[in-house]
Design a protein. Structure first.
Ligand SMILES: Cc1ncc(C[n+]2csc(CCOP(=O)(O)OP(=O)(O)O)c2C)c(N)n1
Ligand code: SF4
Ligand SMILES: [Mg+2]
Length: 293
């Protein structure tokens, strides 16, 4: 019988990918894979305990991430990644829960969940791939599509005001907010490392090429052209006021770490409140009484 030789991993992140699901569905030149590489790099650099890390995605091209990473992962329904992740966090308080999803999934159909998780300072890390459209379903206009940009449902250009996601989540209560592009891979990695080390609602927006729909429809060229645009137009401004970081069509991209502060999480606030009200009758969330001190 022919001896089957053990194959050496060809890619340094292969051991954290479900290789039986590869080839993936993403188009050549799509930026989602590069964000996945940054994420895996971050969990390796942080030496995260993989038994205590979970990834939750919604539906969309980005939503496929949960199916490709070899971690405890859940591919939920459209717009419901955050409520699923919230439930998971409450059921397993010592698990770090990462939501990895698209701009449409998180801020369109899932927008209400996004703002309420931020308001509660739920202890989650959210990685939002913003490609300015609903890519998976044919490039429809999204709450993030810049004014005047073309989309399949806006053939004469978008006339709606768009969300500035950093401003939205900061106003709602997020304690860590950063924005990068898919060109800033090491910065994305560092932000994910930081977010995983913080408690509270962390939000990292990554502006990412969608070559097949957004770029083609707007005649912006291929993935390389988009990276060139990011290179020329991105300006790093750490601590920038999130009211000043709106994105105009093909305009400047203000990127950086905008918010990094401490505030009790949902579970900490609940513990403090009920301990004050109920005293020793209250059992700390996820712990037994003698762990209180
Ligand atoms: C309840 C429901 N409504 C609509 C859809 C169709 N749908 C699937 S993905 C998607 C948009 C995804 O956009 P985004 O989150 O930006 O992800 P992308 O594909 O751009 O990465 C839509 C509208 C769905 N699957 N379920
Ligand atoms: S349609 Fe756009 S976002 Fe989806 S895989 Fe292709 S390039 Fe990426
Ligand atoms: Mg999208």
């Amino acid at each position: 019988m022919k001896k089957v030789e053990k194959r050496e991993p060809k890619n340094p992140i292969e051991n954290l990918l479900r290789m039986d699901r590869i080839p993936h569905i993403w188009c050549a030149g799509c930026g989602i894979g590069t964000v996945v590489t940054s994420f895996i790099d971050a969990i390796k650099k942080n030496k995260e305990n993989l038994d205590k890390l979970a990834v939750v995605s919604g539906i969309g091209c980005t939503g496929r991430v949960a199916g490709y990473v070899k971690l405890d992962s859940f591919h939920t329904t459209h717009g419901r990644a955050i409520p699923f992740a919230t439930g998971l966090k409450l059921a397993s308080p010592d698990t770090k829960v990462v939501v990895f999803s698209g701009d449409g999934d998180l801020s369109g159909i899932g927008g209400n969940h996004l703002i309420h998780a931020a308001r509660r300072n739920m202890d989650l890390t959210v990685i939002c791939v913003n490609n300015f459209n609903y890519a998976m379903t044919g490039g429809q206009v999204a709450p993030t599509t810049p004014m005047t940009a073309n989309a399949s449902t806006a053939p004469y250009g978008n006339f709606e005001y768009s969300f500035s996601l950093p401003n939205l989540v900061e106003s709602a209560g997020a304690t860590y907010v950063a924005r990068w592009t898919a060109l800033h891979l090491r910065r994305v990695t560092k932000s994910i490392q930081e977010a995983l080390s913080r408690k509270g609602f962390s939000f990292i927006e990554v502006i990412t090429p969608c070559v097949t729909l957004y770029a083609r429809r707007n005649r912006l060229g291929d993935g390389l052209n988009l990276l060139k645009y990011y290179y020329e137009q991105a300006e790093i401004k750490h601590g920038a006021d999130t009211r000043t970081v709106d994105i105009d069509y093909q305009g400047k991209l203000i990127v950086g770490k905008f918010v990094d502060k401490d505030k009790p999480t949902f579970q900490d606030a609940m513990d403090t409140h009920f301990s004050n009200v109920l005293g020793d009758d209250y059992q700390l969330y996820g712990r037994i009484n003698h762990e209180k001190d």
